[in-house]
Design a protein around this ligand. Sequence first.
Ligand SMILES: [Zn+2]
Length: 313
Amino acid sequence: MVELKIVFLGTAAAIPTFQRGLSSIAIVRGAEILIFDTGEGMQLKYIRSKLGMNKKMKIFITHIHGDHCLGLLGLLQTLSLMGRTKPIEIFGEPRVEEFILANQKILNFNINYQIIVHRIQNEGVLVEEKDYCIKTCFANHSILAFSYLIEEYNRPGIFDVEKARRYGIPEGQLYRLLQHGIDIEYKGRKIFAKNFTGPSRPGRKIGISGDTRPSKKLLQFFTDCDVLVFESTFTEEEKNKAIERFHSTALETSLFAKNANVKKLILTHFSSRYDNLNLIKNEAKINFENVHIAQDLDVINVRYAEKERNTTK
Ligand SMILES: [Zn+2]
């Protein structure tokens, strides 16, 4: 089982507070770190979270409003000063690359490792790794903005050890191959892995909204997520502001999560006007029970679906 956890490095919208930094989320998957947005000063929380300086890393920027991207330069420089050597891949709309290049020129900004920038021009699959992919979809914000989806591929079904024994297959390497869905040959006989494993088991799926109004397009994109991290800048009382500034209210977000059939909803990106986030939480609970209000430095483990865990015991 590969570890999968979400670490909140900044949960405030627009203006930081003493408790909340600007938008940034790290997803730790095994030995890799995926960062979504880099609000100003986010590297402090990154260091406090002890996420490591030299791990394989990809950074995704949802849009180029300052509270989502001004911390990018600080993070890159801090990692360089702390001795990073591995390259970093950065994904964002074309102006993200311009932002980095312009600052490198003005600040004589030196990085000791390679930066590979991918310009996102359209929706679709951005990353295809061995056992997961990352997709993007247009968000509905005041400027060009992207939402992201991390989707693990299906895992092979549960291996039937008893059956393998009955067939006289020796334990060890051959079991491992069958377990991973690979057909083998034993004593001149072809043995098909599918006859020794149960149905394939779904991987985990995490959605990251960035700044957006709820939309039909996103509803389809985020359907059946195990965890959906969605912005909830305002409560319903400020709905006019939410519409005007292309943000969402807690009531809208929770209805969206219910309609998208997600298992867990995590709200983030709160306006600094809310000292008491129970207002947001209570409003969200009207539509959706399994809701969490993100705090900076929160760590949320993402597990396989419940019935999966029962059958693997
Ligand atoms: Zn924004």
